[in-house]
Write a protein that binds this ligand. Structure first.
Ligand SMILES: *Cc1c(COP(=O)(O)O)cnc(C)c1O
Length: 377
């Protein structure tokens, strides 16, 4: 039986050749492909600096480190996300605080951010769920009022824009992921973008053990061999092999996003008037880059099981983060975000990736319709 996954990379001969070239070169890591990939992403999103890193989770960890998150600090984030968006705060000794999402976009609600601010709040970490940018104007004005940093987890939103400006150029720090289901892939990989030189320097240190040879940073200089560890960093480096793939993939970003948009238009057209299905909306002034196509249904379990049995790789994004046993066992037993809970009950992600053919999508649509109509009837 044919199996259609919910997401999949698109890798062509050109991508493969780019990787092979690096394998024949002098640098497998810490070489020129990393810098070139960083410049390419920085240019694409309109940021001054970009730092390529091991994966999207490392990018979030680095962003929280650069933002100065530490023990006692609170960071407000959304529950409708992958656990990494909150875990990164815990890595730094901070406390994630969950603000509820809006019922229409499923993105973090600025009003609830306001309610969750305390004198310990240090940053707001937003997630552009499915690729749809959050209400950044409101979020930036809250941040300004309360002197908070804004970190964007843009793992879903490479290629999205907010009021005509690319995601990646809008807040203190923005992180991306290049996992194979995301817009472009490096296998594993991530990136942080910023316009702030001081933050950029912290990110560079953090990526490689906190060690530097930069003479402007050294506290003393004992000779040409000399280096210093200034911070407790990690080995979060990415390889040139991965970055060569990333450079080649970036050349196709626009095509990938266009194809995702075209597929979403077909889904919307086919599903918008079906009783029992809530289709997603695109908010005013935003262009989503459509990482996910998420609908809501009433009998999620039956529909999920039926579609999986038909070879359709549906998924659920996401279980509210605070409901995971780790969070329940670490002080989040009484946390409830009512909108997130309600939305989670019906969420189901349908296959969406650039290589999905019209024929495959027609099959998905036909089966979804049949299944929902049966449940409704
Ligand atoms: C994919 C993803 C991440 C983590 O990225 P990795 O590269 O898998 O570490 C973080 N946040 C969100 C919202 C994601 O979708």
């Amino acid at each position: 039986m044919m199996y259609i996954p919910y997401g999949r990379q698109t890798v062509d001969e050109e991508d493969i050749q780019a990787v092979v070239e690096v394998l024949r070169s002098d640098y497998l890591t810490t070489g020129p492909a990393i810098v070139e990939f960083e410049q390419k992403v920085a240019e694409q999103v309109g940021a001054k600096y970009a730092v390529a890193i091991a994966n999207g989770t490392a990018a979030l960890h680095a962003a929280c480190f650069a933002a100065g998150i530490q023990q006692g600090d609170e960071v407000i984030t959304t529950p409708i996300t992958f656990a990494a968006s909150a875990n990164c705060v815990l890595y730094c000794g901070g406390t994630p605080v969950f603000a509820d999402v809006k019922k229409d976009t499923y993105n973090i609600d600025p009003e609830d951010i306001r309610r969750k601010i305390t004198d310990k709040t240090k940053a707001i970490l937003v997630v552009h769920f499915t690729g749809q940018p959050c209400e950044l104007d409101e979020i930036h004005s809250i941040a300004k009022e309360h002197h908070l940093m804004v970190i964007e987890d843009a793992a879903h939103a490479l290629g999205a824009d907010y009021k005509g400006k690319m995601v990646g150029s809008l807040s203190d720090l923005t992180t991306f992921s290049f996992h194979p289901v995301k817009h472009i892939t490096t296998g594993e990989g991530g990136m942080i973008t910023t316009d702030d030189e001081a933050l950029y320097k912290k990110l560079i240190l953090f990526r490689s053990h906190g060690i530097t040879r930069d003479e402007t940073l050294l506290q003393s200089n004992e000779g040409p061999w000399y280096y210093e560890q200034l911070e407790l960093g990690y080995n979060y480096r990415i390889t040139d092999i991965q970055c060569a793939l990333g450079i080649s993939q970036m050349n196709k970003l626009e095509r990938f996003v266009d194809r995702r948009r075209a597929l979403v238009m077909r889904y919307q057209e086919a599903l918008k008037d079906i009783a029992g299905i809530v289709t997603p909306i695109e908010a005013e002034g935003c262009h989503s880059s459509w990482h996910l196509y998420v609908i809501r249904v009433e009998k999620r379990r039956e529909i999920f099981e039926t579609l999986r049995a038909l070879g359709i790789g549906v998924n659920v994004h996401y279980i509210p983060v605070y409901r995971h046993p780790y969070y329940q066992n670490h002080g989040y037993q009484s946390v409830v975000c009512p909108n997130a809970e309600q939305i989670y009950e019906g969420l189901i992600s349908l296959p969406l990736f650039p290589g999905l053919t019209d024929e495959q999508q027609d099959y998905v649509i036909e089966q979804v319709k049949k299944c929902v109509e049966r449940q409704e009837g």
